[in-house]
Design a protein around this ligand. Structure first.
Ligand SMILES: CC(C)(COP(=O)(O)OP(=O)(O)OC[C@H]1O[C@@H](n2cnc3c(N)ncnc32)[C@H](O)[C@@H]1OP(=O)(O)O)[C@@H](O)C(=O)NCCC(=O)NCCS
Length: 393
């Protein structure tokens, strides 16, 4: 029988060993235990045999930041796999995060089945694009290398950008920007962040990038974030990257699934732009908190929803969801309220919640009836751009 508990300082090497074997990495202990991640381990006696952690994010949905647990580094020693260790450990971590007031969770699944059992469903995209660097429009580049004092302005620039999208996450802990979000050692070479100065102390745009091999064709400039808040900032950043044309073969960036303004600004012919899509999974941890925490289009209406959440039955409801001009309140449905024909499984509800699944998708999957009177209100509430995020964690 394994015991689940937060690790002690002495467990750093054990945690590093489990992670290194699972992800075929070198075992590194620095930062393993005492940064801002919430970490739980499973122990066989004193030995660490399974690990998982949660990163505190705000996830942008409808212009609001919803408290989000980013689950990562889920790993079990091979001898202990297939016995429910991961399932028990992640369940416990999610329960703790829910008790802490965290409303939603997101993760990149190596194994979707494991997470579906825990109530997750595919809920957004991690799009990447590559294009020939010679297709980037030349322009005068008003760009400077980021200084230490620029970090708050960079974070503010990202928040303004992310507020117009569904799905992007940003760490609540400022220190994670330097260790994880912005290009850092361990990914590619020559990690750098450059900024386009904005009015006053503000920053109008920034790009955080590294260089990586593009095989026979030389190297590629890979942007982790390429964020422009004004037309001038977009032109400057693109003009800056165009100056790599004598060495680099390609530019790569993560942006909305359409390719966004960067894709539209390039002179790229049809198949020369190569898109690549990974999907992340999402899970609503606390139904009323999540519904009241995100933003919506200016919709008014009322629906009763009932959820089936075996892990957190407190989510089941039924809930009365009232929208008034896009402001949503959630209360337990009065006993007399007519109940929907069938409860929504928490996973598909989570996919609807981020706007990744449409009500039409849920009808075809049998989770909503084709004549359900709630379809129009649900569809209007969760309408919006396809959810995506630039970050991988
Ligand atoms: C993925 C991993 C964490 C699973 O750990 P585990 O303890 O073996 O998983 P569990 O026994 O708790 O399995 C939970 C559920 O997921 C399913 N599952 C687990 N691994 C699976 C696999 N490789 N393929 C399909 N389903 C799988 C199990 O069938 C089980 O479902 P069930 O309860 O209906 O039987 C483990 O295999 C591992 O460490 N892999 C290497 C690292 C990795 O890929 N981590 C994932 C990062 S997101």
């Amino acid at each position: 029988m394994l015991e689940i508990r937060p690790p002690a300082e002495a467990d750093q090497a054990g945690i590093a060993a489990v992670g290194a074997l699972a992800f075929n990495m070198e075992a590194r202990t620095e930062g393993v235990n005492f940064d801002s991640r919430r970490r739980l381990c499973s122990y066989d006696g004193e030995r660490v045999v399974a690990i998982a952690h949660s990163i505190g994010f705000g996830q942008w949905l409808g212009g609001q930041q919803v408290p989000c647990a980013g689950i990562g580094a889920v790993a079990v020693l091979p001898e202990y796999r297939g016995q429910g260790a991961a399932r028990a450990l992640v369940s416990e971590l999610l329960a703790e995060e829910r008790d802490n007031g965290v409303a939603v969770s997101a993760l990149y699944p190596a194994n979707a089945q494991l997470y579906r059992h825990l109530g997750y469903e595919y809920a957004g995209l991690h799009p990447g694009f590559r294009a020939p660097i010679a297709d980037v429009p030349p322009a005068r580049a008003e760009v400077a290398e980021m200084g230490g004092a620029d970090l708050d302005a960079v974070i503010a620039c990202f928040s303004r950008f992310a507020a117009a999208h569904n799905g992007p996450v940003q760490p609540l802990d400022r220190a994670r920007w330097e260790t994880d979000v912005l290009a850092h050692r361990g990914e590619g070479t020559h990690q750098r962040t450059v900024v386009v100065p904005g009015p006053g102390d503000a920053i109008a745009g920034y790009a955080s990038y590294f260089l990586e091999s593009a095989g026979d064709r030389g190297y590629r400039v890979a942007c982790k974030h390429l964020v422009a808040g004004t037309p001038a900032a977009l032109a400057s950043l693109l003009g800056y990257f165009r100056r790599f044309e004598n060495g680099a073969a390609e530019i790569a960036w993560s942006g909305p699934p359409t390719g966004g303004p960067v894709g539209l600004a390039l002179a790229t012919n049809a198949f020369a732009l190569q898109p690549r899509l990974n999907r992340w999974m999402g899970r609503v941890l606390d139904v009323p908190r999540a519904l009241e925490g995100r933003g919506y289009p200016a919709v008014s209406g009322e629906v009763v929803i009932e959820i089936r959440d075996p892990l957190f039955p407190a989510n089941d409801g039924p809930w009365l969801v009232r929208a008034d001009g896009g402001r949503v309140t959630v209360t337990p449905a009065p006993r007399a309220a007519p109940l929907p024909a069938r409860p929504l499984p928490i996973g598909l509800f989570s996919a609807l919640y981020t706007g990744f699944a449409t009500v039409g998708d849920l009808v075809l999957l049998g989770a909503l009836g084709p004549a359900d009177e709630r379809l129009a209100v649900l569809s209007a509430l969760f309408a919006g751009p396809v959810p995506w995020m630039p970050d991988f964690f």
